[in-house]
Design a protein around this ligand. Structure first.
Ligand code: 5GP
Length: 176
């Protein structure tokens, strides 16, 4: 089996969408400080690129929660592999996600962070696959709504590969 990547969203399309999202966030938060909580590893690329476009003071924090192994099926449980290194109580917190699929990971993550009493907790995701949603959760800000396909690139992997692609593509598995 050979993997072939078909471009779904170009680097240019993603860049202008992130500019739009940053403008929307500025309308929402103004000059208030916002803490970006990046869900590792997938959201690292969108977190960095979005942060560079945000005009208010921004702090960065990282959390590693897992739901997928090397395959393509959600386990339905999250495992906190690495926690935030600072308290979020009283802060404007924005969870940055690469993609929302079944929503199970995000729902658990949101519950966990709400328990820590942030001033405000919002979610931004680059990609949303609403057709696959199982958990009752949605993002406050969505870059692109995409069909039910397994995508890679711009932080998203298949067996840890392709995270560095500057675009988002659909993986096809061709016979050799
Ligand atoms: P959920 O809990 O919403 O089903 O899963 C969310 C996580 O699953 C994402 O943060 C991402 O790591 C992974 N995931 C979901 N859909 C895809 C996809 O199409 N491609 C890749 N590479 N990962 C995905």
């Amino acid at each position: 089996m050979k993997e072939r990547i078909e471009v779904l969203l170009s680097a240019e399309e993603i860049d202008s969408k992130l500019t739009e999202l940053a403008e929307t966030l500025y309308e929402e938060f103004g000059d208030e400080q916002v803490e970006l909580v990046c869900a590792l590893k997938g959201a690292v690329v969108v977190t960095v690129d979005l942060a560079k476009k945000m005009k208010m003071p921004v702090t960065l924090n990282f959390m590693s929660v897992s739901s997928y192994g090397d395959g393509t099926v959600s386990s339905g449980n999250i495992n906190v592999k690495m926690d935030l290194d600072e308290d979020i109580e009283g802060k404007n917190v924005l969870i940055v996600e690469d993609i929302i699929d079944t929503g199970r990971t995000l729902k658990k993550l949101k519950e966990l962070l709400l328990f820590r009493k942030p001033k405000n907790l919002k979610i931004v995701t680059l990609l949303d696959k609403p057709d696959r949603r199982v958990a009752d959760i949605s993002a406050d800000y969505v870059g692109f709504t995409i069909p039910d396909a397994f995508v890679v690139g711009y932080g998203l992997d298949y067996a840890q590969k392709y995270r560095n692609l500057p675009y988002v593509g659909v993986v096809h598995f061709d016979e050799d």
